[in-house]
Structures are given as C-alpha cells and as structure tokens.
Ligand binder design. Structure first.
Ligand code: DGT
Ligand code: CA
Ligand code: CA
Ligand code: ZN
Length: 561
C-alpha cells in the first residue's frame, strides 16, 4: 500500500478524532473516518492521481488532502491540534475513556498522560469523583495497562508489512524472517531477520529510511528501532548454517528445548550453527535436513509451540495443514453499501482475480444503526449481484449479510427475510460487557438460530484496543458443533478472531470454521494469509474449513443446495 495514502489517511483520522473531541457533528466525523479508510484502502498512490477519484472524498476533504500532500499537514488540523492539549489527546487513547472524561481529568486534576492517570487511580486521588465509580476506575486502569502492552507488541499485519519492506531493501544471497512472525503469531514483539550476505549488508541496513535508531551494531547482529517503533534484529549467518540458524531463531524456545533433547539422546549437539556429532557436522544448511537427521518430519513453523508437535513429528503423524491455496472463497466481506469503501463491482472483480470459486458479499444489517442499512437496499444489492453473476460463470456469487447478535441472542431480521440470504454471518457488535452467563446464552441462542450459518469474529477483540468478551467458550463450542454453525476465523489482522488457542479447543468439540477476510477494501482480501496462519497454529486441516470445500458441499452446509 502506498505510503502517501497511509500518512494522509492517518492525518485525516486524527482530524476526525480531534473534531469529535471538540464536539463536532457526528455525521461529519463519520464522513472523515470513512474517507480516511477509503484513502488507506485505495489501490493507487493518491499523490499520483486526483484524490477526488477516491470514493467518499468530496471537495472539502480533497483540499485538505492536497494541502497535506504538499506540506505534511493542513490548516484545520493545525488549528485543532493547537486547541486540544496533547495531554487530553493522549488520554483518549486509553480504551473506554471518552473525550468528556478526558477533558475533565485534564482540567480538574491536571492528568495529562495515561501514566499520570494510572498513578492518580492507584493513589486513590480519584476515589469518590462523580461519574467515576470503583468499577469504572478499575476498567480505566486496565485500559492503561492494555495501552502499554499495545506499545510493546504489534499485530501481525504491521510486522509482516515491515519485515517484507526490510527484506526487499537489502541485498543478500538468502534472506528470510524467523521468530514469532514465521510462526504466524497474532502479535509480534520484534522481527528477527536472517541473511546469508557479505558484511556490507549491515551498513546498508543501518542507512535505511525506516531506521529510527541503531540499538546495537555488531558484525554478526544489528538491532534497530524502526520508525514504526518496532525493533528489527538482522543476523548474518554462514551459508552452511542457514538451516540451523533458521531452526534456532524461529523458536519457539519451548519447541527448541524439546528438539534439542532428542539430539542429546542421540549423543549429538544442536546449535544455531548445526547438528553435530563431536566436531562432525551432520546437518546445517537446510532446516529439513536437521529434522530428518533427528528422525522426525519437518515441523511447519506455526506448530512449533511445544504443543505435541515434536511427538507427532517423531511418529510421522503431523496433520496435513490447511494452506492458502486450499481456500476456494471468502464468506465475509463488505462493500460501500455499508462501511466498506469499494463498490460491489470492484470487490467481486478482485475476488475473481484471486481465483475464487465462490464469493459472499455480507454487508451489515440494520441494527448497526450508523450503517443505515435497510431491507430495500439489501434487496437491490441482491439484484445487482444476480446481474453481475452473468459476467462470472466460474465464480458463484453468494448474497449474504452480517447480522448483529442482540443482547438476548436474537438477530436483525425475521425468519422470512433471513431465508432469502445465501449466507448469514452473525456477530456481536454491542453490549460487550455482559456477564459471562448472559454472553454464553447470547452466543448459544445465535447458534441455535437455524438461519445463522457462521458466528463472525467470535470474541470481538481488537488487538491493543479491546479485549475479547467473556463467555463459557466450551459451552459455545458445543452449541456450534451441535447446531452445525461454523465459527469464523476473522483474518483481519487486528482482529485475528477466533485466536488460535480457542480454535484448537473448538476443533476438539467438532466445530467447523470459516476463514474470512472481513474485507472493507480491495487490498484486505489478501489478509486471508493471516487467517491461514491462525488455522495452522490450531492444527486445522482443509476438511475443518468450510470455505475450502467444493461449492456443492458448501451449499449443502448452508442449506442452499
Ligand atoms: P516475540 O519477538 O516476542 O514475538 O517472540 P519470538 O519467538 O520471536 O522471540 P525472540 O525474538 O526473543 O527470539 C526469536 C527466537 O530465537 C525464539 O523464538 C527462540 C530463539 N531464541 C532466542 N533466544 C533464545 C535463547 O536464549 N534460548 C533458546 N533456546 N532460544 C532462543
Ligand atoms: Ca521476535
Ligand atoms: Ca528478537
Ligand atoms: Zn463485524
């Protein structure tokens, strides 16, 4: 994605936040946010085209963006930045802390940062303040902790983009990422890159524009802090040790400990340089050779968490994991009819370009009031989709919707309306704070609805922003298995929801899954790779994932055959 688009979108998003903070009109706030998303998701670099060609960008926003492209800010943004103290702005980054409270805390208590807020709460200085009960204060404290946590780890989408940028910026004989990123964890602490390369690569690395600070510069290893805040470690390794180094630095530590014990039992030694018998190198250049020499199958990195994979690999019983190429379609995507930024035509064309055999459009349903959906709009979309079908003989277009699961487990439309949809995804979008019992009942009721095919982004967490809801997941999984309701693996990287540990648990109950991009723009369709990462970490095979199935089998599952 173009850097200019991202920066311009971030500025407009900041403007929307400041505008909201100063009591600006909610619909204008939304139009700014929507335009910011459209710019971020626009396939062309907006500094090279007329920004007015981005959907949702009218004249007023276009002028702001043009000024931004010229000088890195715009007049209205400067004015609001001046008006709203930085302290208030930093406070609103705390999850669940609204603008009114932020202003009050700043003006009456001089609290000007999340750290100052945490101090004020723990010292009891805010006890008894109107509107801030004990439960609210506890929540705010948790919010500050989450914010700090978020500063330390990032979601995989951010880390993957940076790792790919780093790798393409350097010249090397071999170069790859290892660590938690190669294991496809949903959050990444730092990026570990290995290279077989001449010594000059270190100087080349330090000189890159994405480097903000060099933390350590050695001959074999250089660590930098990048402009995104994320640390990158680059290690140069000998070609003969490439496989051993990849094995060592991919981890996890726990997996490595268990593998090393097997080497020790054979009287050998495994290090980042190779597998050795005394001084003799048994294997080192390729990872596969090392695992083979130890008498085990090569273990796919997402499984390397010491969760039984070593024992299974020794027995030759590793599962045949689902891979990206297995996906025949996407069952949860949006268009600009609701909060997506691309047209129905563009989304369908992009899905076709990915080689999909089927594709569902699932715009939001009316209970998500801000999206202003109506039955008429949905039916009109269904007609347009049916017309488009003629242009895509090889790809079945499915008309779906993303329903809202109400606090009592009911959904937006009555049965006779739901029957008209090919795919119903049902998701929780409100009332996140229900008790465990209420939330569990809510999900079970949604599963029991015969028209609900898939529970969307089940925990509703947003990495670094919102924790998942509390529910008795085993009870929910049992209900999903019993009713034939699939659970979604939402591949959008800040969601990554269900997380892999819950997916693995759900699988034991016999649950099926749908790996969906939850796209709101054309480039998001490619997020499916992260969903595959989650599925692999959970040991899923293609048979566990309904959107790897041939069309006929999928339609039977959806009861549309
Ligand atoms: P992260 O960065 O927190 O997301 O997680 P990782 O797994 O990337 O951890 P990191 O960056 O500290 O180290 C990368 C890999 O290198 C790790 O998974 C295993 C290996 N490794 C690093 N230090 C040690 C160590 O002291 N002992 C062992 N056995 N392995 C290590
Ligand atoms: Ca790492
Ligand atoms: Ca590291
Ligand atoms: Zn949703």
């Amino acid at each position: 994605m173009a850097r200019a688009n991202e920066e311009a979108a971030a500025a407009l998003q900041e403007y929307a936040e400041l505008f909201a903070l100063t009591g600006g009109d909610a619909f204008r706030v939304r139009s700014y946010q929507k335009a910011a998303k459209a710019i971020a998701g626009f396939p062309e670099d907006i500094s090279t085209v007329d920004v007015r060609s981005v959907p949702g960008v009218g004249e007023a926003i276009a002028l702001k963006m043009e000024e931004f492209l010229e000088r890195g800010s715009f007049r209205q943004l400067d004015a609001l930045r001046e008006k709203v103290p930085a302290g208030v702005r930093s406070l609103t980054k705390v999850p669940s802390l609204g603008p009114k409270t932020a202003i009050m805390l700043f003006e009456e208590f001089g609290i000007d940062s999340p750290a100052a807020l945490a101090e004020a709460i723990t010292s009891g200085r805010l006890d008894g303040v109107r509107g801030l009960g004990a439960k609210t204060l506890a929540n705010l404290l948790k919010g500050v902790e989450q914010l700090e946590q978020a500063g330390r780890r990032v979601h995989i989408g951010i880390a993957m983009a940076l790792a790919e940028q780093v790798m393409s910026s350097l010249s090397a004989e071999r170069i790859a990422y290892a660590g938690s990123l190669r294991r496809m964890k949903d959050t990444i602490g730092d990026i570990d890159i290995l290279a077989v390369a001449p010594d000059e690569i270190m100087a080349e690395f330090r000189a890159q524009p994405y480097v903000a600070e060099v933390i350590a510069a050695g001959e074999k290893k250089t660590s930098v802090r990048t402009t995104t805040g994320l640390q990158v470690d680059l290690r140069v390794v000998p070609a003969a040790s490439w496989g051993a180094a990849m094995q060592y630095f991919t981890g996890s530590k726990e997996h490595n400990v268990t593998v090393r014990e097997i080497a020790v039992k054979k009287g050998w030694k495994l290090s980042e340089y190779g597998l050795f018998e005394g001084e003799r190198l048994i294997a080192g250049a390729e990872e596969e050779e090392i695992y083979a020499a130890l008498g085990m199958q090569w273990v796919p990195p997402p499984l390397r968490e010491d969760g039984g994979e070593v024992q299974a690999a020794l027995r030759g019983e590793l599962p045949e994991l689902v891979v990206l190429e297995d996906l025949r379609g996407d069952l949860h995507t949006h268009t600009n009819l609701t909060d997506g930024v691309a047209s129905l035509e563009d989304m369908v064309a992009a899905a076709h370009a990915r080689g999909y055999e089927y594709y569902a459009v699932t715009d939001h349903a009316p209970d998500l009031v801000m999206q202003r959906m109506t039955l008429d709009k949905a039916l009109e979309q269904r007609e347009r989709l049916a017309e488009l079908q003629a242009d895509y003989p090889g790809m079945r277009l499915l008309h779906g919707t993303e329903l809202n699961i109400a606090p009592d487990g009911s959904v937006d439309w009555p049965a006779e309306v739901l029957e008209g949809f090919d795919v119903c995804v049902a998701s929780v979008h409100s009332h996140f704070g229900q008790s465990r019992e209420e939330m569990t009942r809510r999900f079970i009721a949604a599963c029991e609805n015969p028209h609900v095919h898939i529970i969307g982004h089940p925990t509703t967490r947003k990495i670094g922003k919102r924790e998942g809801v509390d529910a008795d997941w085993d009870a929910v999984f049992r209900a999903a298995a019993r009713t034939g309701t699939a659970l979604e693996i939402d591949a959008y990287p800040d969601r990554s929801d269900l997380p892999s540990d819950l997916v693995r648990r759900a699988r034991h109950h016999g649950v099926k899954f749908s790996i969906d991009s939850d796209s709101h723009a054309v480039p998001h369709l490619a997020h499916q790779r992260y969903g595959i990462g989650i599925a692999q970490r959970a040991w899923l095979t293609a048979d566990d994932v309904i959107n790897t199935w041939p069309l006929e089998r999928l339609l039977a599952f959806l009861k549309r055959a």
